[in-house]
Design a protein around this ligand. Structure first.
Ligand code: GLN
Length: 459
């Protein structure tokens, strides 16, 4: 009924009229149009790939050969990678059309998209509010119908939290499920590429095509991708655990809480089993996450010295001055804060008290979480404690970090999790719930979310 060319024209038009959202930091108009024409003829010849017709945007930390990839940082201004991230290449090989690169918090560090060298992306539901982050541009673009789907990255919730704030689906796969090759590193033992979509099926097909071993990423799992796109027709009954402490947590919005309790009742009446469990380690998750990820970030970002990597200062000086001035100019405030924190927790004298202790906590979280899955298929919680907040409302970094209370669990344990739209608040903003499973059980998550799926209407 339509063509790829018309589809791209349609999205380009919408992108133009939605510029105020600041979702895209660059649009590949010409290139996307010519790619669309090419794929239209492939469709005619019967040689088109599985994603022919799908138009996606990519978070600005996913390398795309010969295209600027800046992680929304001045440090990487005008940087063009010499290779494409494996995950993205696999989609391109199936004829996906990449329409542009999307706004995010600098180096994916943040939970509101306010820490971007390009300024904040705005929530399409209400422009006074943040999109969430760090994949804020990805969430805004998909929610506002500027592309079919988007890629994001999730170190502690950066796919799921903005998906929840913008009323769409956000999937973070198991650590190692998708290659990180070409994803600009933040916390290497946490980072995973994920999807932001308007339905479960889009998430499933994207995952299916991106997943699988990659020789260029030593941490990618040597496990074949499953056929996530084939939903099982069997009507399943799930055993679902709910952590009591999540519902007792201070910042949890009352409306989100009552919607969640209602959802649980609904699940029970549909024949699923709900097991309320205790998980006292909830309190330790955010501190452990911020100690370990800042440590990894300080190490990962040490390469941006302005010498081999990163933008070099114009101020003349000796070696130390050049490095210092380049880093002072190139990095934003939040990134600097994390480098300082990370360097501190790794420093001799403090290493045992912080970094090593946090590693032990991480191990304990993993062990205790594995126990949950001996008797349950899924773990359910709200995705975020509340809906999106107003721009500028969270100046205190700790208040911002606490937003991640429900999402960091999956990254600490390396397990998959998905946020799905679950209702509208009386403030007119959407909110989502999150379902998590044991490692490599993405299919279970998708089966569950499919039965609870509601269609997302374009704003
Ligand atoms: N909000 C979290 C943080 O600031 C998550 C970031 C992410 O997942 N990339 O670290």
């Amino acid at each position: 009924q339509t063509s790829c060319e018309k589809q791209v024209e349609y999205y380009l038009e919408r992108i133009k009229s939605s510029q105020h959202l600041n979702a895209f930091v660059e649009v590949f108009s010409e290139e996307a149009l010519s790619k669309a024409k090419e794929i239209d003829s492939k469709i005619k010849n019967g040689t088109a790939g599985k994603l022919a017709g799908m138009v996606i945007g990519i978070k600005d930390n996913i390398s795309y050969k010969n295209h600027r990839t800046e992680a929304c940082s001045n440090m990487l201004k005008d940087f063009k990678p010499v290779y494409t991230a494996t995950a993205l290449q696999r989609l391109i090989d199936e004829d996906v059309i990449v329409i542009g690169r999307l706004n995010c918090d600098e180096f994916a560090m943040g939970g509101s998209n306010e820490h971007s060298a390009y300024g904040p992306a705005l929530n399409p539901h209400n422009n006074e509010y943040v999109t969430g982050g760090s994949s804020g541009g990805s969430a805004a673009a998909v929610a506002a119908g500027l592309c079919d789907a988007a890629l994001g990255s999730d170190t502690g919730g950066s796919v799921r939290q903005p998906a929840s704030f913008c009323g769409i689906y956000g999937l973070k796969p198991t650590y190692g499920r998708i290659s990180r090759y070409g994803l600009i590193a933040f916390g290497s033992s946490f980072d995973q590429i994920g999807t932001l979509t308007r339905c479960t099926d889009d998430a499933a097909i994207l995952l299916e095509l991106m997943a699988g071993h990659d020789k260029n990423d030593g941490t990618s799992a040597n496990k074949k991708a499953e056929r996530y796109s084939e939903s099982s027709s069997e009507k399943k009954r799930f055993r679902i655990a709910v952590i009591r402490q999540c519902l007792e947590s201070n910042g949890l919005d009352q409306e989100v809480k009552s919607a969640f309790l209602k959802f649980i009742d609904e699940l029970k009446s549909e024949g699923h089993t709900i097991n309320m469990i205790d998980f006292p380690l909830l309190k330790q998750m955010v501190p452990a996450y911020y100690i370990l990820t800042t440590a990894e970030a300080s190490s990962n970002l040490s390469r941006y010295s302005g010498l081999l990597y990163g933008k070099r200062t114009k101020i003349p000086g000796n070696l130390d001055e050049t490095i210092s001035n380049s880093r002072s100019e190139g990095f934003g405030k939040e990134v600097k804060r994390r480098i300082l924190l990370g360097t501190f927790v790794l420093s001799s004298g403090f290493y045992d008290a912080y970094y090593e202790k946090a590693q032990r906590v991480r191990r304990k979280i993993l062990d205790e979480t594995c126990k949950i899955y001996e008797e349950n298929d899924l773990l359910l919680s709200p995705a975020t404690p509340s809906t999106a907040f107003k721009k500028g409302a969270k100046q205190d970094p700790v208040a911002m970090y606490l937003e991640d209370i429900f999402t960091v669990h999956a990254n600490l344990a390396g397990m998959p999790a998905m946020a799905f739209p679950s209702g509208k608040h009386s403030n007119s903003l959407p909110f989502g719930f999150q379902v998590m499973s044991n490692r490599f059980e993405e299919a279970t998550i998708l089966d569950f979310v499919r039965i609870k799926q509601e269609s997302v209407t374009l704003i």
